[in-house]
Ligand binder design. Structure first.
Ligand SMILES: Nc1ncnc2c1ncn2[C@@H]1O[C@H](COP(=O)(O)OP(=O)(O)OP(=O)(O)O)[C@@H](O)[C@H]1O
Ligand SMILES: [Mg+2]
Length: 276
């Protein structure tokens, strides 16, 4: 699907990456794409003030349809709690990607209530503090990657979170290593294969260490080794996450709870029946 506000840029040839060539004072400023939906600044104090037991995300009676299209969400309700790994399955076109975009304020419901981190969000500006605190892995990696090199893409979010050059360099190296991408700093992003882009896109999200992860088909296109590595990383993370996938076994292993999106609302998916 077309992502609203896609800021994918025509890549330029990689130059002197700031993240692979010390000394630090040779580092240029981070790319000035401050309104990219996945990586906006979150250097402000943490606004999360909800009770530990209250949901991180709560939606009530959400109605939504794209212009000229039939209704997509029809009274949808949803909750995500701290530390919860929640899987979402559903047929092609059922609205899974649209649902994640809605949580970031990238599409607006016509009716209903969205509460995130204890705050009701009703207008587009109400979502401005979320990028960086909520990390969205786009279904299409080309919506996520817009810098010439891998290092610059992975560094972009942490830079916008106000991290120092030294910190960012460490984060880039560590995040790439975790994903099995050691030494990829200078690789040219737009020349990567689909699966390679998927891993780098995931690195850009993980590098921000967001409080909530929204992952739209994180293992799509990955080989078994890369897929297992991603699964093991996600399993080890303490953050709450919503994982959209068509791989039910993967969700079964990873998630505390699975929901199925069908006819505009969520139904509980019985984990014990998933393999039958
Ligand atoms: N910008 C748009 N304008 C109009 N219709 C759209 C737009 N984006 C998506 N749609 C439609 O909304 C429906 C839901 O799309 P969405 O991408 O959310 O589905 P999905 O469940 O993520 O599907 P998939 O499993 O194929 O990724 C589809 O019928 C799609 O064609
Ligand atoms: Mg989708």
């Amino acid at each position: 699907m077309t992502v609203p506000g896609n800021l994918h840029k025509t890549p330029t040839e990689p130059g002197d990456s700031p993240l692979t060539e010390p000394p630090e004072n040779s580092l240029p400023a981070p790319p000035a794409v401050a309104n990219h939906p996945a990586v906006q600044s979150s250097a402000q104090p943490d606004p999360v003030g909800c009770e530990p037991s209250s949901p991180l995300i709560r939606l009530e009676d959400i109605h939504f349809q794209y212009e000229g299209q039939p209704p997509l969400f029809q009274g949808l309700a949803f909750q995500l709690r701290a530390g919860e790994k929640l899987g979402i399955i559903g047929a092609n076109g059922s609205g899974k990607t649209t649902f994640l975009l809605m949580l970031m304020g990238l599409v607006q419901p016509q009716r209903g209530m969205i509460e995130i981190f204890g705050r009701v969000r009703s207008r587009p500006g109400d979502f401005d503090d979320l990028p960086g605190k909520i990390g969205l892995l786009f279904q299409d990696s080309d919506d996520q990657l817009f810098c010439p090199t891998v290092a610059e893409d992975v560094a972009f979010g942490p830079f916008n979170q106000g991290k120092s050059v030294v910190e960012v360099r460490q984060i880039v190296r560590r995040t790439l290593a975790e994903l099995g991408l050691e030494g990829w700093e200078n690789r040219i992003t737009y020349r990567l294969s689909g699966g390679e882009k998927r891993l780098v896109a995931l690195a850009t999200v993980l590098a921000m260490d967001p409080q909530v992860l929204l992952l739209d088909e994180p293992t799509a296109g990955l080989d078994p080794t890369a897929s297992a590595r991603v699964e093991s990383i996600l399993a080890s993370l303490p953050q709450a996450m919503i994982i959209v996938s068509h791989d039910r076994d993967f969700l079964e292993r990873l998630c505390h709870r699975i929901l199925i999106l069908r006819e505009g609302i969520f139904f509980p998916y019985p984990k014990q029946d998933a393999r039958s």
